[in-house]
Design a binder for this molecule. Structure first.
Ligand code: GRF
Length: 207
């Protein structure tokens, strides 16, 4: 069997997407979560990492320059032999040096259907409130590559949900989160099985 895919997962809050990855038994033979990284030392997601005996790394994004953050991250990724970096509810910007070094190896989950409802400030409930206010009838989750601009990297995978009968941003958030918990592990599995290819500047999922 091919080597397992080594993952670094970045979190800032609750960590339900991290948990969804760790609870997916079909991923176990394919991937290893080598480390969980956060800018917040006391985030609940770190508790989840510890429950699964995964090393946690607190990176202080506010007291270091982007250059210093980048050096720390790249050094850790190299020592852990990281293949894929997964931003699962991570709120800080990854420094450009890291993005360059790990081009097309960093993915993010966004709780709406990009390219709509993305960009700076569009995170958490802000997204769902904007979707609700727009009167859109579908929302969903998007997995995309991370580039230098918030939420603008190439789209890898998406799943839509019908929100036409939902009555509040909270209801939308709840439904979209259910979809996120499937889409993120499913997409990581596609990476582990080498099914994600960039062809003519588009992301294709092979059969
Ligand atoms: C998710 O909705 C994710 O899409 C967004 O932030 C939320 C994180 O939730 N980027 P959790 O920490 O995984 O529970």
């Amino acid at each position: 069997m091919a080597n397992k895919l080594n993952l670094a997962v970045f979190v800032s809050g609750r960590g339900s997407n991290l948990k969804a990855i760790l609870n997916r038994n079909d991923l176990l033979p394919l991937v290893t979560v080598k480390g969980v990284f956060s800018d917040k030392i006391d985030c609940p997601a770190f508790e989840i990492a510890r429950e699964f005996s995964i090393p946690t790394f607190h990176i202080s994004f506010s007291t270091k320059t982007p250059y210093d953050v980048a050096s720390v991250l790249i050094a850790e990724f190299k020592s852990l032999d990281i293949d894929l970096i997964v931003l699962a509810g991570f709120l800080k910007l990854i420094p450009g040096t890291v993005i360059k070094e790990y081009r097309d190896k960093i993915i993010n989950i966004h709780p709406a259907l990009l390219p709509s409802f993305g960009g700076k400030g569009m995170y958490g409930m802000n997204v769902h409130k904007a979707v609700f206010k727009s009167s859109a009838k579908v929302s969903g989750a998007t997995i995309h590559f991370v580039n230098e601009i918030y939420d603008e990297g190439k789209i890898i995978n998406q799943k839509a949900v019908d929100i036409s009968a939902l009555k509040s941003p909270d209801e939308i958030a709840h439904r979209v989160l259910e979809v996120e918990h499937l889409l993120l592990p499913d997409t990581i599995k596609l990476f582990a099985n080498n099914k994600i290819k960039i062809i003519n500047n588009r992301v294709e999922i092979l059969n």
